[in-house]
Design a protein around this ligand. Structure first.
Ligand code: ADP
Ligand code: MG
Length: 303
């Protein structure tokens, strides 16, 4: 398993991570979320051994992960890392990029592995295309396939779907996480997307200004966010008398003591998000239909 224990790190005089701890079992997925600049990428780079921790330790099983001060060549066979800025071989084909680290000893086996990986990242038809001619999202998918090609024990993914459009994102995400589970590959994933976390992560770490604000299973954190920053990660929410409510936890009722004035209705597909004023604070809730601006409605809060 991966053990991150009291890791601290600073860039020059700026503390970026402060006593961060976490552990990830084989085959488990830890999602790291937090605002831009909260330290997600820095933590992944430390776990990869690309930089030296100032304090604390990182282990994969019995092996200490050492930074460049103590280990000349960055990287390990058991661990792969897909950075935010992925590096590929631009002048070679998709297949060659993906199969690059696979043994040439059994050409038939290599061919079927590459085919399987192409399917996981849904790049069928682009096998022979040179990477330089691919879109950003396609390149990102090649980088993912390359990283899982040799079935590492653990993979570090820094915002792995950030360049991939919504048309492809949903199925790609399901394919990739299914592949990691089936192959028992542990995963540490930095993400901005609640959809990565809720359906696929076993644990979620909320980083805030370099410190762990919360670490727990996603459903526990979702049902009790406790902090506006965390609630906002998941959904629209309102703060009513110090309690946080997601938009679906506030509903319009026929009559009641909580009167709100409707301000705007936003079309969201199968519902409308209504912005209203309740005791001079803004609240957001879901409703099946649009509501007339300036009309008064009664609200029910239920968590
Ligand atoms: P995230 O991935 O959560 O957006 P990062 O780990 O990239 O955050 O960055 C954390 C903080 O460290 C930010 O304030 C960022 O500006 C700073 N930082 C990142 N890289 C460097 C660097 N090479 N030199 C100095 N500061 C850096
Ligand atoms: Mg980052």
């Amino acid at each position: 398993m991966l053990s991150i224990t009291n890791v601290s790190f600073r860039y020059k005089d700026r503390a970026v991570l402060k006593t961060v701890s976490a552990s990830v079992q084989s085959g488990e997925c830890l999602a790291i979320v937090g605002e831009s600049g909260s330290g997600k990428s820095t933590l992944l780079k430390l776990v990869f051994g690309q930089m030296d921790v100032d304090d604390g330790t990182i282990f994969w099983k019995e092996q200490a992960i050492l930074g460049p001060k103590n280990k000349l060549v960055v990287g390990h066979d058991f661990m792969k890392y897909v950075a935010q800025e992925f590096d590929l071989m631009p002048y070679t084909s998709v297949s060659e990029n993906i199969g690059d680290h696979l043994s040439n000893f059994f050409p038939d086996e290599k061919k079927s592995r590459v085919k399987e990986l192409i399917e996981v990242v849904e790049l069928e038809g682009f096998e022979d295309t040179k990477v330089q001619f691919l879109s950003g999202g396609q390149k990102q998918r090649v980088a993912l396939a390359r990283a899982i090609a040799k079935r590492p024990e653990i993979i570090l993914l820094d915002e792995p779907f950030s360049h991939i459009d919504n048309f492809k994102k949903q199925s790609l995400r399901r394919n990739l996480f299914a592949y990691l589970k089936v192959n028992n590959i542990a995963c540490v994933l930095a993400t901005h997307d609640k959809n990565d976390v809720l359906s696929f992560a076993d644990q979620m770490m909320v980083l805030h200004k370099g410190s762990v604000m919360k670490i727990d299973c996603p459903s526990t954190i979702y049902s009790n966010p406790g902090h506006p920053l965390i609630a906002a990660f998941f959904d629209e929410f309102s703060n009513v008398n110090g309690e946080l409510y997601y938009a679906h936890q506030i509903t319009v009722v026929d009559d009641g003591p909580l009167k709100a004035i409707v301000k705007h209705s936003f079309y969201k597909g199968h519902y409308f998000l209504i912005e209203a004023e309740l005791n001079e604070t803004v609240v957001c809730f879901k409703n099946a239909t649009a509501l007339k601006a300036n009309s008064v409605v009664s609200l029910c809060l239920k968590r």
